[in-house]
Design a protein around this ligand. Structure first.
Ligand SMILES: Nc1nc2c(c(=O)[nH]1)N[C@H]1C(S)=C(S)[C@@H](COP(=O)(O)OP(=O)(O)OC[C@H]3O[C@@H](n4cnc5c(=O)[nH]c(N)nc54)[C@H](O)[C@@H]3O)O[C@H]1N2
Ligand SMILES: Nc1nc2c(c(=O)[nH]1)N[C@H]1C(S)=C(S)[C@@H](COP(=O)(O)OP(=O)(O)OC[C@H]3O[C@@H](n4cnc5c(=O)[nH]c(N)nc54)[C@H](O)[C@@H]3O)O[C@H]1N2
Ligand SMILES: [Mo]
Length: 762
């Protein structure tokens, strides 16, 4: 039997601390995933569901975007994928009776953990203006309500259409089509807070905002640098790929302020060996200061330039642009400044250089540790410089590997979920559908919050996600959301965003990945694109959580018909009935999807074209791969302050909290912890186990707002000097809305200057 959700809340947050673990996965991981799955789903459903994850006739794991290997194990999932599945396939339900028992003011006091633990949403629910409770509403009435608000707007640009990265290609394509037929490019997405910096840097330098390696390339690499990423928790199946690469002779360097489990030792639960000893994966650990990566890669580039015969001159001459200017900047790199910016030793960097020079095929993987800083775009450009110098883009075993988060975040962007669409994409839409799409750029996440705050946006519609909890500057974002006329969330589970509403609010419950999707023409499947540009089908088999659910494509199609009416020549009804007709349209609009329906029928799906990877062609403004030469930047932290990164624990999926433990880091039963280096703690007089408030300092309080997160237990932890770490979303309140990365506008949630004040105990 599955167990009941916790009755009480706030959940007691009483963190306990033990020594961090060095190894990841192994038997405890199997045990934990099965325990959580059984609690949510019961024994039989657990067995049925988990065996279908990532299988050829099954569904794509709703966890991360890591690709599927060609030879799959019977159990091709990881501990955290199992938790993501259990969270969705839970037997617990949030019914109209639940909403009748809990006024919105009550729900607004609950923790995100408690809300999520209540189960799956079963009915469309409506919160009327001035209402105290959500009440059940028919789908027809829900669409009428949305249509009334949308058509009353002075301009389509007063509506915002957000997307989180679980939405399928088919749903995403329809959603952007609807928004653009309605008349706006206001299509912010979770990518704006995630890999936007990667997209910005890569588009400019190599001409496509996606990674250039396939899984096979990792296996062929001599050297893999993993910078700013915690795969043991966030992409556990990547560890199997690293293990295989290592068996093939690859060396692995981890660049991180934290010694993350798994990069040191990994016990693969899918191999007998993994159940016992585990392998040491990392060959070198560079314990870098937050934000020091650009300086590190810049110095490495200088050292490569200074080494006779170390550059790939033929590649540089034939395929690149901007080399002269870049070498001038790189040769000026300074050892002392780099050591100060990175906190690394000279020996560390010399050892790294040896490994770099010994490698003929190098891959650099990264995630949020590189993308969520003010200078993230120049940092990633410097990584590209580093790879270009030795010809490491566009040949086997080498390349750029931004490791994506949400399971279809990359596909959503490919389908046109973007506030700044390329003119060629809009031209193709116009030709296929016969309407004139808007050409002005729309709002990204941060600009959407400002627009809501300033009354320029009045309707907020979310295709999944948890916007108010995931966004920065929680108090600012929440009051902005409360100014909306209408907020609408298409969701599987209850979350904070349902409790912080506009004047009126709707919750539209939808099918998840694991569930059967039956439409007029029969059972449907959807498609997704993984982090390496592989597109494949996903087919759920479970009975839907409730018979009142609609699929995401059906919700968009019905909304579009109701809002656009006879003016739209688009066959929305047909799209809802048969998703193959949506794929036909995609195949005529999006390059690389020609014959989509045929290609996706194969068991492994297909790879999208990638000009730099496939033919060393760089579709940039210059027609070449661009070297760039930005000034080196790194965060400067005033005396007595620390630089805080906000990151994930092992028991969460973004704002979805699975439990209160962070096993690998030795923390249990609580999330309000701040990890501080013991030497810094001594200087700041912060005893382990004492409680502090985190107060962020933003341009000397230029905007006059005090940002405080109270009551965090200090944990002495081996992080880099001067740096601290605490979990998101509890710390989003500290990230100022205006503190974003240059160019990409991604919130700088990995470099927040904070002071730690003893918590008042009264
Ligand atoms: N189980 C689980 N899986 C997930 C998610 C989840 O929440 N739970 N989230 C998904 C999503 S949307 C995403 S985007 C990914 C996120 O995957 P990650 O990027 O691994 O997630 P974070 O927890 O933010 O970890 C950031 C890592 O970068 C390091 N770091 C921080 N700042 C710096 C820096 O300045 N330099 C360097 N070199 N390192 C730094 C941190 O110490 C940490 O190891 O995971 C995806 N997968
Ligand atoms: N401070 C700080 N802030 C951050 C980050 C950070 O590292 N630090 N990371 C950022 C990153 S990388 C990201 S990607 C964002 C994440 O931002 P979001 O993607 O907006 O947030 P999630 O927590 O992933 O959304 C969870 C909700 O999605 C809904 N959901 C789940 N599955 C489905 C589905 O199949 N369909 C629909 N319609 N709904 C579904 C459920 O209702 C669930 O409550 O947060 C960002 N915010
Ligand atoms: Mo993400």
């Amino acid at each position: 039997m599955a167990s009941k959700p916790p009755a009480s809340d706030p959940v007691q947050d009483a963190p306990q601390v033990a020594a961090p673990q060095q190894h990841a996965a192994g038997l405890p991981a199997v045990k934990h995933s099965l325990k959580m799955a059984r609690e949510q789903m019961g024994v039989k459903r657990t067995a049925l569901t988990l065996l279908r994850v990532n299988q050829k006739d099954g569904f794509d794991c709703p966890g991360c975007a890591w690709p599927e290997p060609e030879h799959r194990h019977a159990a091709e999932f990881c501990e955290n994928g199992a938790k993501a599945v259990a969270e969705e396939a839970t037997l617990r339900r949030v019914t109209p009776e639940f909403f009748a028992a809990h006024p919105v003011t009550d729900l607004a006091t609950r923790s995100g953990y408690w809300l999520g633990q209540q189960g799956r949403l079963t009915h469309p629910m409506y919160l009327a203006e001035g209402g105290t409770h959500y009440e059940p509403v028919s789908w027809e009435r829900a669409f009428d309500l949305i249509a009334d608000e949308l058509t009353a707007l002075a301009s389509p640009d007063e509506a915002v259409f957000y997307t989180s990265g679980r939405t399928s290609n088919e749903a995403a394509f329809l959603y952007q089509l609807f928004a653009r037929e309605f008349g706006t490019n206001n299509l912010p997405d979770c990518s704006n807070m995630c890999h936007e910096s990667s997209g910005s840097a890569l588009t400019e330098t190599i001409g496509i905002g996606k990674g250039s390696v396939l899984l096979e390339d990792l296996y062929k690499a001599d050297l893999i640098i993993v910078a700013g990423q915690n795969p043991g928790t966030n992409h556990p199946r990547m560890l199997s790929a690293l293990e295989k690469a290592k068996a093939g002779g690859a060396k692995i360097i981890s660049v991180n302020p934290l010694p993350e489990a798994g990069l040191e030792r990994f016990k693969n639960p899918q191999t007998p060996k993994g159940l016992t000893r585990g392998a040491a994966l990392g060959d070198l650990f560079l314990q870098i200061r937050l934000g020091g990566d650009q300086a590190l890669f810049r110095l490495l580039n200088k050292l490569i330039l200074d080494t006779e015969g170390a550059t790939d001159d033929a590649f540089i001459a034939e395929h690149t642009h901007g080399y002269e200017e870049f070498t001038k900047a790189a040769r000026a790199a300074d050892w002392d400044e780099t050591l100060a910016a990175t906190g690394l030793s000279r020996a560390d960097i010399e050892r790294t250089l040896e490994m770099v020079l010994a490698s003929k095929r190098t891959v650099v993987c990264w995630a949020m540790g590189l993308t969520q800083h003010k200078h993230s775009v120049p940092t990633i450009r410097e990584v590209v410089n580093f790879l270009l110098l030795r010809g490491n883009i566009g040949r086997p075993g080498a390349g750029v590997c931004p490791v994506r988060g949400h399971s279809n975040v990359q596909g959503d962007r490919t389908m046109g979920i973007f506030e700044r669409p390329a003119p060629a994409f809009l031209d193709a839409l116009e030709k296929e559908f016969g309407f004139a799409p808007p050409r002005e750029h729309g709002f990204d996440v941060v600009r959407a919050i400002r627009a809501l705050r300033d009354g320029q946006a009045k309707v907020f519609f979310a295709m999944g996600g948890n916007f108010v909890a995931a966004s920065p500057d929680t108090d600012v974002t929440e009051s902005a959301m409360r100014r909306a006329r209408l907020t609408v969330h298409v969701s599987t589970k209850l979350n904070r965003s349902h409790t912080v509403t506009g004047a009126r609010a709707l919750i539209l419950p939808t099918l998840g990945r694991t569930e059967r999707d039956l439409q007029g023409s029969g059972e449907q499947f959807v498609t997704v694109e993984d982090s390496m540009g592989m597109v494949h089908a996903s087919r759920g088999r479970l009975d839907p959580a409730s018979r009142h659910l609609l699929s995401e494509p059906a919700i968009v199609a019905r909304l579009a018909r109701r809002v656009l009416g006879a003016e739209s020549a688009t066959p929305w009804e047909e799209f809802e009935k048969d998703y193959a007709t949506v794929r036909d349209r995609i195949s005529r609009v999006v390059p690389g999807f020609e014959d989509f329906n045929d290609k996706v029928a194969g068991p492994n799906g297909f790879a999208l074209p990638h000009a730099p990877r496939d033919e060393r062609r760089f579709p940039t403004a210059t027609g070449k791969a661009n070297f760039t030469a930005a000034p080196v930047e790194y965060p400067r932290v005033p005396e007595g302050r620390l630089l805080l990164q906000t990151l994930r624990s092992h028991d969460q999926y973004n704002t979805t909290i699975y439990g209160l433990d962070d096993r690998y880091r030795g923390i249990t039963n609580g999330r309000r912890v701040v990890l501080v280096n013991a030497d810094d703690a001594r200087d700041l007089d912060l005893a382990d186990g004492s409680y502090v408030d985190l107060v962020s300092e933003w341009e000397d309080g230029a905007d006059g707002i005090e940002r405080r997160a109270p009551g965090f237990r200090v944990v002495h932890y081996p992080t880099a000097r001067g740096c601290a770490a605490a979990y998101y979303p509890e710390t989003n309140v500290l990230v100022p809305l205006d503190a974003t990365a240059d160019t990409s506008n991604t919130p700088a949630s990995k470099s927040v200057v904070v002071r730690l004040e003893q918590s008042r105990t009264d």
